[in-house]
Design a protein around this ligand. Sequence first.
Ligand code: ATP
Length: 280
Amino acid sequence: MSALLQVSDLVVEYHGAQVVRAVDEVSLSIEPGEVLALVGESGCGKSSLARAVVGMEKPRSGSVRYRGTTVPLLGVRRREKRFTSIQMVFQDPNSSLNPRVKVGQQISEGITTALVRGEAGSVPEEWLERVGLPTSMVGRYPYELSGGQRQRVAIARALAARPDVLVADEPISALDASSQASVADMMRRLALDAGAGLLFISHDLAIVRLIADRTVVMYRGRIVESGVSERIWSDPMHPYTRALLSAIPEPDGRGVLPAAPAAEAPLEWRSALPHALDRV
Ligand SMILES: Nc1ncnc2c1ncn2[C@@H]1O[C@H](COP(=O)(O)OP(=O)(O)OP(=O)(O)O)[C@@H](O)[C@H]1O
């Protein structure tokens, strides 16, 4: 049986003055009801991979298959109408929402998408409640909301479409720190209740640990480590993973791992550490 989502030997390149290989022969899979986290520092290729997964970026080579079928390459608007089984939440909620359309109507578009695919419908107010927003927001425009509220609406809209796969690219960065963990957990619960797979992209390893079944660690376009999240947390094998983990502060100000890995890491990984520290 084929996986819900199968990425095989994926290569994404940008051809400008120089060729940038953003994703370098990456393979991963997601099963129904699974949360897979993709972590790595800024610029390692997470968003390029996400865009290729939803068909917004043409791979140089390799493949992305949804239930065994190649994901079509479509622009954002066409994809919203023609390929709705995979939904995406962007880091910037303004990329997901139409500024000229009221919140309730945008969530209704997601609900209609679900109905067209024969999935159960609901009302926008119900989705607003699920993402922790007052139902009175149905009549508001996105510009009347805070950045965090807009992101919750974007999440509600994506989930209302009842996707089989939800790709969330840094979905909680726009939220205030106090609600990041609860919104991440809510996404996990809502996606899994629907039997969907969730690809959760984040640089926040503490939250990833809370919600992801498996974690993939990416560095300079390549996967350097992957496995069950708890194992990656307790027994990271790759120096880069150790560098990322050691940069997570504990409440008492110490790193999570008592022995900082920087000294034992090869030079290449040591040079990555300052960037890792920037991001966590
Ligand atoms: N449209 C583009 N044209 C040229 N280069 C690009 C383009 N988009 C991304 N890149 C380059 O590809 C590499 C990977 O970028 P990408 O945005 O995928 O990384 P990321 O891990 O998502 O970073 P961040 O966490 O900051 O969003 C970077 O070197 C980036 O500069």
